[in-house]
Unconditional design. Structure first.
Length: 194
């Protein structure tokens, strides 16, 4: 869904919504702290409301926030920077909406998919294959992280509305995945896992 893009390239995002470079760095720190805080919220909620519901709330929230970001960046004007390169510049209202949507995306990811995936991975493999399976799953996660992170600059150069729209579709697909494949109760007793 592109969460690493927000963390790795957020200073560029914040500059496009009108923040100065030093303020953009401060916004990036605030975004990272927000992610930590909402991860604690996820820890508190995951057993109370269940994995499936938490993931579905996160997927819906991420889809909406990413779609809003795509819509806001479709209204951006391209402005030449000091180095002559064109960069998107959002107006005051669309910049504020994009800022809120980006932080909403972080909140919905951090309170759902960020931590819940790792909980589910720990629960879905039986003890005989758990260590190997978790190693492979973690490797797949980091490879996907690498792919998303390295694909963002060329995608963003092509079109930010397309890029955020693509991530919105991925978030929508995550909702469909949960609705189809994650049962209401995902926790299993130790006896069932043996």
């Amino acid at each position: 869904v592109g969460i690493n893009v927000i963390f790795y390239y957020s200073t560029t995002l914040w500059q496009s919504v009108g923040f100065a470079e030093e303020d953009a760095f401060t916004q990036s720190v605030i975004t990272s702290v927000t992610n930590i805080v909402v991860t604690i919220v996820a820890i508190a909620l995951i057993d109370k409301i269940g994995r499936r519901r938490l993931l579905m709330i996160g997927s819906v929230g991420m889809t909406v926030c990413l779609a809003v970001m795509a819509a806001m960046f479709s209204q951006a004007t391209m402005v030449a920077g000091p180095d002559g390169a064109l960069a998107p510049q959002l107006g005051d209202t669309s910049g504020l909406v994009a800022l809120i949507a980006a932080n909403g995306f972080v909140v919905f990811f951090g309170m759902s998919w960020g931590p819940a995936v790792w909980v589910l991975l720990g629960e879905m493999f039986n003890n005989r294959i758990r260590s190997t399976a978790l190693g492979l799953a973690a490797a797949a996660q980091w490879l996907a992280n690498f792919a998303v992170s390295t694909a963002f600059p060329p995608m963003a150069e092509f079109s930010l509305p397309f890029t955020y729209g693509f991530y919105a579709v991925a978030a929508l697909l995550s909702l469909l995945f949960v609705a189809r494949f994650i049962p209401e109760t995902t926790g299993r007793s130790l006896e069932e896992m043996e």
